[in-house]
Structure formats: structure tokens, C-alpha cells
Design a protein around this ligand. Structure first.
Ligand code: SF4
Length: 377
């Protein structure tokens, strides 16, 4: 068990919130308003969200599994500072197993996992961080999936066992969602996302790392409505992944006006012009970064002057490369060239260019796949 909240029975809700979470009422309601906005709900839902968070009679049990990853998603989740999101969430959830932050280790940790599964069968949430390797290490005695083992079990066996009794499986980060960096060609360990590995539906919250506000909003959605949010075909919640970054980018006016950064540090960069020519993949990346930003709304890559690399898209390590080259076959206008017309034309051009890029990538991957096959023969 990571956190406890003993000795708080009998406190009034306001008092309880203050005592439990270390935030005052105003901050707490600000948190609820942020969640409502992230979920695309009207402000009228704010009191209901507060009620759902405050009134959770029994904290849902959470089992958080780590596989092939860098722990960036735990960091992103736990290092949120405003308004103490991690405190709020860890106090409304019973995080019964999380290797990074739990005090227990070895047998004690394994026992905690077994107990959480037995006590909450069919009701616990599984959050997964990291990809699952399906390949077999070379050499004698190599066992399928043995590139990643925990407590003597492969990631695949462990994930299968733990998710079997879960109410829902939430993948945080691009690795758990789609395989991530270890799945990049030539993918030596055969890494895949959790849904692909186990053949089960998962809620995927990709990003490298994922944005903690989106995982928190997913959990609050579950507490509020007793169900998980609607998703797109990649399992990504629609509240966060229905729109392209480009659609709400604060630099979009410069894209439409044909005002581009030509190299880092130039005049355009100083004026916050569009990063399309620096390789920005915002026109083909679905994510709400431009609306909610990262680190509690502090900043995000494009605000910091770096183009989007498309980290929430499946296989982005392959399909979005080279990161510093613009999407091919998109006509870029001259500065201030009939802004309305340019904007209108480029939307179509961007879509066409994205399609060409995808076709190019597919053909390239197919070719590489053939090469790999030949090499393996
Ligand atoms: S290309 Fe990138 S920087 Fe330019 S408007 Fe689109 S998302 Fe923003």
C-alpha cells in the first residue's frame, strides 16, 4: 500500500479535502474545473465532479504495472504540482501495487499484488506503463517474452494474469499503448502495446510521456459515470485525442499567413512563428497538448519553440522520422500571401501531404520488413 488516510473519519467534506490533499477548497474546485474542461464538460459538471471525488465511498483499487519503459509516465503522473493532482488522485484511489513508489519489495510486493487481485476481483483498475516484448532472446534456453521479467514471470504472463480480473485496463504512455521506442525498427525484442500483446481492449493514453491530466480525467470519468470514456479506433479517449494539435495551435495564424521559422534562433523563432518547416508534425497528430499543455498547464513543446514530433501517434518513432524535416509534398506559401486563401488551401494540402507521407512510410516499412525477412532467412 502506498498511501493511507487513517484517522480522518467524521471530518466535514471541506475539512477532509483540506486535510487529505493538502490543498484548500479553492484549489480543489480549480482542479475539478480543469478536469471538467479536459473532459469537454460544461462548468455545470464541476460540483458533480467534486462530489464524485469527495464522495467515493470505497477507493477503487489500482494495480500499476511497469514493463519496457523509462518510468517517464510515473514521473509525469506523480510530479504534477498544481493543484496537487497526485495527492488528490492517490487519496481517492487505493494504489495497491506500484513498483516505483511502493515501500515493499520482493516477496512483500508480490504478496501485495496477489492480495489486491484477490480482494478486488473484477473491480480493480490496471494501469500499465511500458511495452510487452513478445520476441525470444537468442541463445540456448531463450524463452518467448524473456526480454522483460518481473518476479520470474515474463511481462506477457504477468499482464495476462493481472488484467484477467480487472474492471478496466488503462495504458499510460506510448510504450504501453503502441510499443513506443523499443518497438522502433528493427524492434529487436518484438515489443508491442498491451492491447496488441493480449488481444484485449485497452484505454490508451499515449504521449511521451502521457499528459497526467488525461489519465486523471479518465479516472475521474470512471468515478463520475462508472464507465470509461469513448475512444477512437486506437483506443484513445475522444475528449483528449479527437482533434489535431494543428487545429488549436497558438501558432496556427502564422501557418495560415505563411510565416515560418526557417532555423532555430532566427527572427521567426523569436516572433513565435510556425514551426512547420522545422519538422513540426502537428498537422497529423491527434492530442490535446495545445489546449491543456503539460506540467499542469505550464508549457508544451511548441510553446517552448520545438516542433511536435507526433509522440501520441502509433509507431511515431518510425512514421514521424525525420523529426526535423517537414512533411513532404506540402506547398509552403510566401510570407503574408493572401492569408485566407493560403489557410484554406493548406488544410487540403496538409491532408494530401499526410496521406502521401503515410503511403511513403508504409511502402518503406514494407520494404524494410522484406529486408528483415530476407536477413532472417
Ligand atoms: S505546423 Fe506545428 S507549429 Fe505550425 S501551426 Fe501547425 S501545429 Fe502549430
Amino acid at each position: 500500500m502506498c498511501r493511507t488516510r487513517s484517522g480522518l473519519t467524521g471530518l466535514e467534506p471541506d475539512e477532509k479535502i483540506k486535510t487529505l490533499k493538502g490543498v484548500d477548497r479553492r484549489e480543489f474546485m480549480g482542479f475539478c474545473a480543469t478536469i471538467a474542461a479536459t473532459l469537454g464538460l460544461s462548468p455545470a459538471f464541476v460540483p458533480r465532479i467534486a462530489e464524485a471525488v469527495e464522495g467515493a465511498a470505497k477507493k477503487p483499487s489500482v494495480i500499476w504495472l511497469h514493463f519496457q519503459e523509462c518510468t517517464g509516465d510515473s514521473e509525469a503522473f506523480l510530479c504534477s504540482s498544481y493543484p496537487s493532482v497526485e495527492e488528490l488522485v492517490l487519496n481517492i484511489l487505493s494504489v495497491d501495487y506500484q513498483e516505483t513508489i511502493m515501500a515493499a519489495s520482493g516477496t512483500q510486493a508480490e504478496d501485495a499484488l496477489k492480495k489486491a487481485m484477490a480482494d478486488n476481483k473484477g473491480k480493480y483498475l490496471v494501469i500499465v506503463e511500458g511495452a510487452i516484448p513478445m520476441g525470444t532472446p537468442p541463445g540456448p534456453g531463450g524463452k518467448p517474452g524473456a526480454f522483460c521479467t518481473i518476479g520470474g514471470k515474463t511481462a506477457y504472463d504477468l499482464a495476462k494474469e493481472v488484467t484477467a480480473g480487472a474492471a478496466a485496463v488503462i495504458c499510460v504512455g506510448t510504450c504501453a499503448s503502441f510499443g513506443g521506442v523499443q518497438a522502433q525498427r528493427p524492434n529487436p525484442t518484438g515489443a508491442v502495446g498491451v492491447g496488441d500483446a493480449l488481444g484485449i481492449p485497452t484505454i490508451n493514453i499515449p504521449g511521451c510521456p502521457h499528459n497526467a491530466i488525461n489519465s486523471v480525467a479518465t479516472i475521474v470519468n470512471y468515478l463520475l459515470l462508472g464507465s470509461l470514456p469513448k475512444t477512437d479506433r486506437h483506443g484513445r479517449p475522444l475528449f483528449a485525442f479527437a482533434k489535431r494539435i494543428h487545429d488549436h495551435c497558438p501558432r496556427r495564424a502564422h501557418f495560415d499567413a505563411g510565416q515560418y521559422v526557417e532555423r532555430f534562433g532566427d527572427d521567426g523563432a523569436k516572433k513565435n512563428w510556425c514551426l512547420y518547416k522545422m519538422g513540426c508534425k502537428g498537422p497529423q497528430t491527434y492530442h490535446n497538448c495545445s489546449l491543456v499543455e503539460y506540467n499542469d498547464g505550464t508549457s508544451w513543446p511548441i510553446k517552448g519553440g520545438h516542433g511536435c514530433v507526433g509522440c501520441s501517434e502509433p509507431d511515431f518513432w518510425d512514421t514521424m522520422q525525420p523529426f526535423y524535416e517537414r512533411l513532404p509534398n506540402i506547398h509552403v506559401p510566401g510570407v503574408e500571401a493572401t492569408a485566407d486563401k493560403v489557410g484554406f488551401t493548406l488544410v487540403g494540402a496538409a491532408a494530401a501531404g499526410a496521406a502521401v507521407h503515410a503511403a511513403y512510410t508504409f511502402a518503406n516499412r514494407h520494404k524494410i520488413g522484406e529486408t528483415d525477412k530476407k536477413e532472417g532467412e
